[in-house]
Design a protein around this ligand. Structure first.
Ligand code: FAD
Length: 431
């Protein structure tokens, strides 16, 4: 009897999940695992946890939802709070797994995890990788090699739009329909070292982790409320649940795939017609893909001070100014409001992110890596490629060598003319 292990990472769903569907097709029995590495729950040298409590809670909700879905199709699911090299080799040996299916991740820590597991298991065990994090399938990548990825997004986008047919998402088809008898136990937030986060009820992201709530949101945002019809006009706003799609936290941990979102947008276009608004959501998903390809091209360079374009980045870490920025105690009300929103909810709009990042780098003259690390800790939707890619971009060490300097005063006047956003988070009337 051939048994396979599906090692879930940022692909926490059962539909449109190549590792799971391939494992089911090619084996007699499939088991699944997810590893919460204790390292991510520890404090970094900046003084905060690598994964903050908002994301930790969102992750546990996502795992609980995944466990229920796997149970429906009779798949045992093991969730560990141990490093992968400690927990997986025993599982692989005891369950006699001959193949491991996993999302391919090329970033430093993720690669190390796999390498360490490999040193503890039999070399004959096969590894099969999927690339489900991309919207553009890696097999359709329209250049001879990753080295030929253009340095400018627009060239990439135009090439994709001209030459690539993006596939629609797929549903899992399973013969196994018996429920799993194994009780899936997901750790509690407290057991992995967190306190329940106090989420401010005004949050722009009042949703739970997991595919079920992603699907509910998809139905409501796209089909019922049809906010998709005005997305391009509203996407730079700052308050509420509907100015942008809010799919990023689910996309980041893979509770929903970019292909699933794309498929739904296309279905909407089929029924109601395409528009600049529906187009722009796909345009943003291409940005997401672009940063993934950039990260694949440059690997660990995306974590270095001088980034990927070789330009010398002059600013150094100033702990005092950095912590003022984190706490929302700078001289700039607009930056402060955004930082307080992030601190109280784990969410910040794209407009806010651009402004606070620019302020840290170009106004406070601080190291951009510290800002990226704080976002990594706080953001519900932290995604390694989008986070470090966007930070490098703003800092002028990424794909755009120009300095992306935002005049935060003018930005506040333009995007928050009556000061409503600032009043909301600063709890005071500004005007
Ligand atoms: P929408 O406007 O509805 O866009 C739809 C989807 O397109 C998003 O869910 C996202 O997957 C993708 N997208 C949109 N804008 C971008 C972008 N600039 N780069 C990459 N993908 C994009 N996004 C993350 O998902 N994780 C991060 O860790 C992250 N860190 C960021 C750090 C900085 C400094 C900046 C400026 C941006 C960062 N972004 C990050 C990108 C962007 O801010 C968020 O994707 C977006 O605000 C999420 O909200 P939404 O889902 O409503 O987006």
């Amino acid at each position: 009897m051939k048994t396979a292990l599906v090692w879930f990472t940022n692909d926490l769903r059962v539909d449109d999940q190549s590792s799971l569907s391939a494992a089911i097709k090619e084996n007699d029995r499939v088991i699944a695992a997810y590893v919460i590495d204790p390292a991510v729950t520890k404090h970094t040298s900046y003084g905060f946890k690598k994964m903050g409590s908002f994301r930790a809670q969102f992750l546990l909700e996502s795992l609980t939802d995944l466990a229920a879905q796997l149970s429906e199709i009779g798949i045992e699911f093991h969730v560990f709070f141990e490093s992968a090299e400690v927990c997986l080799p025993g599982l692989i040996l005891n369950q006699n797994c001959s193949t491991i299916y996993k999302l391919y991740q090329w970033t430093t820590e993720e690669l190390q995890q796999v390498e360490q597991v490999k040193t503890h298991i039999n070399a004959s065990i096969k590894w099969k990788y999927s690339y489900d994090q991309f919207l553009i399938p890696i097999t359709e990548f329209p250049y001879p090699s990753i080295d030929q990825l253009p340095e400018v997004f627009t060239s990439f986008r135009k090439k994709i739009e001209k030459s690539v047919t993006i596939p629609f998402s797929t549903k899992l088809s399973v013969a196994q329909t018996h429920k799993s008898t194994v009780r899936h136990s997901i750790p509690t937030l407290e057991s992995i070292g967190y306190k329940q986060p106090q989420i401010n009820p005004t949050t722009a992201f009042p949703y739970r982790g997991g595919f079920t709530s992603a699907l509910e949101h998809l139905k409501k945002y796209i089909w019922e409320d049809q906010h998709i019809k005005t997305y391009k006009y509203t996407r730079n706003q700052l308050i509420g649940t509907s100015y942008s799609t809010k799919f990023s936290p689910w996309l980041s941990n893979g509770s929903i795939s970019a292909r699933q979102l794309y498929t739904e947008v296309k279905a909407f276009e089929q029924r109601y017609g395409a528009s600049q608004h529906t187009y722009w959501i796909i345009f943003e998903l291409l940005w997401r893909d672009y940063f993934k390809y950039v990260s694949l091209k440059y690997k660990s360079k995306i974590f270095t001070t001088n980034g990927i374009n070789g330009r010398e980045f002059a600013h150094r870490f100033n702990p005092e100014l950095f912590h003022q920025w984190c706490r929302g105690e700078t001289s700039d009300d607009f930056v402060n409001a955004n930082m307080i929103e992030l601190h109280q909810t784990g969410w910040m709009s794209n407009r806010g992110r651009q402004n606070v990042a620019s302020f840290l780098v170009h106004h406070l003259h601080n190291d951009w890596l510290s800002g990226a690390a704080y976002f990594e800790s706080q953001l519900l939707d932290y995604d390694v490629d989008s986070n470090y890619g966007n930070w490098m971009y703003v800092a002028g060490v990424g794909n755009d060598p120009r300095n992306r300097i935002f005049n935060t005063r003018l930005q506040a006047q333009h995007y928050d003319p009556q000061g409503k956003y600032r009043s909301l988070w600063l709890q005071k009337k500004l005007f």
